[in-house]
Design a protein around this ligand. Structure first.
Ligand code: KDG
Ligand code: MG
Length: 405
């Protein structure tokens, strides 16, 4: 007789970042983990899993991954959306983990095997002033990274999203119950960013991939202007130039610039990104395992993208847990049109709370050969880091109007 799911538990822990983890246990004693972390709204997904999905999972055959995915997606009536898709993603990854452990194979083997030896990664470097940014980039290159996302401060502003005055890479989600409000001036940013990035390019020379994230703040015209101004910098990509809601505006951006565009970290299904892909409005699709319905659904997004020569480049900040990060590296090793994996790094305790087989070396990642996803959860240690509320900052224009971010 086939195995059965006997328990589906949700564990919330906060070793420097909040993480929501689903633990599926089977009658044969196999344990699978999935990540359901939706930063800033973590407990909504924890409840969705505990209150609505766990009762449906108990008694089901863990081998039926696709059928379970379809049941949870279609059976809710309310489809799509980040809470739903993160919860379904956690179930999907936990079941791939169970399948790999049951068969004694790492997940990438179950996805067809490796199509490359290792997965290219990029990391973050940021600093307020340009000279410090050059130092921050140098420090990343010294760690072996071959691709770096560079962000700087903006003259005249007190704060800029994702840039700390003292730390070279940091997580913007502020812990505590207060929402931080930053300031923003699009004109000042548009004047400064091309200069700062040109200085970085001149400093590193031709052999390093440079990336930049505009965090959804520009109008199509501003985005076109920035893309054009950055063409001499030869970016690997310019990310999230316009707000996620209206994708059609990217047609205008595309008409004006050949700077490659990356979008998708806030998109959660293939139905949300298919225009971006089929109309070739982007070059890189940033959907993540955790927020886009797990390994099964990300593979479908990437299969559609492959037809249009759009490549995968999943979101990987430190608020994506090591579980879905590991799952993403399995997808990266086994998927032909996977370009690069973001790797922001984790605060130290995270590596102990989530012991993992994935590893970083010389600018590349590997998922490891442990059966399943290869990431566990030390529940005793996790219990020492209770949940703390955390909010991403918002930004206001100089006149006080709330801006997109
Ligand atoms: O917690 C915030 C991150 O998820 C966000 O800053 C990430 O834009 C982001 C990126 O590209 O990593
Ligand atoms: Mg981003």
């Amino acid at each position: 007789m086939s195995d059965r799911i006997v328990a589906a538990d949700v564990i919330v822990t906060s070793p420097g970042r909040n993480y929501v983890t689903l633990k599926v246990t089977t009658a044969d004693g196999v344990v699978g983990y999935g990540d359901a972390t939706l930063n800033g709204r973590e407990l909504a997904v924890a409840s969705y899993l505990r209150d609505h999905l766990a009762p449906l999972l108990v008694g089901r055959d863990p081998a039926r991954i696709e059928d379970t995915w379809q049941l949870l997606y279609r059976g809710a009536y309310w489809r799509r959306g980040p809470v739903t898709m993160a919860a379904i993603g956690a179930v999907d990854v936990a079941l791939w983990d169970v399948k790999g452990k049951t068969l004694g194979q790492p997940v990438y083997q179950l996805l067809g095997g490796a199509v490359r030896d290792r997965v290219l990664t990029y990391t973050h470097a940021s600093a307020w002033e340009v000279p410090a940014l050059l130092d921050a980039v140098d420090a990343r290159l010294a760690q072996g990274f071959r691709a770096v996302r560079a962000q700087s401060g903006v003259p005249g502003l007190e704060t800029v999203y994702g840039v700390h005055r003292d730390v070279a890479s940091y997580e913007p989600a502020a812990r505590g119950s207060a929402l931080v409000e930053e300031s923003w001036d699009t004109s000042a940013y548009l004047r400064h960013a091309p200069e700062a990035l040109a200085a970085v390019r001149e400093h590193v020379g031709a052999g390093v991939h440079l990336l930049h994230d505009a965090h959804h703040r520009l109008t199509p015209q501003q985005a076109a202007r920035l893309g054009k101004a950055l063409e001499p910098v030869d970016l690997f990509w310019l990310e999230d130039v316009t707000p996620a809601e209206n994708q059609d505006v990217l047609r205008l951006v595309r008409q004006h610039t050949t700077t490659p565009l990356a979008i998708g970290e806030a998109f959660t299904t293939v139905f949300d990104v298919h225009h971006l892909i089929t109309e070739q409005l982007i070059d890189f699709v940033r959907c993540a395992v955790v927020h886009a319905g797990g390994i099964s659904h990300l593979r479908k997004i990437l299969a559609m993208a492959e037809v249009y020569q759009v490549r995968g480049a999943p979101h990987g900040p430190s608020d994506v847990s090591p579980v879905s990060f590991g799952a993403s590296v399995h997808v990266g090793l086994a998927t032909h049109n996977f370009a690069i994996q973001e790797y922001m790094g984790y605060p130290e305790p995270v590596h102990d709370v989530f012991p993992h087989s994935w590893s970083y070396a010389d600018g590349y990642l590997h998922p490891g050969d442990a059966p399943g996803v290869g990431v566990a959860l030390d529940e005793k240690l996790a219990a020492k880091f209770p949940y703390e509320s955390a909010y991403l900052p918002v930004a206001r224009q100089l006149d006080g109007t709330l801006t997109d971010w």
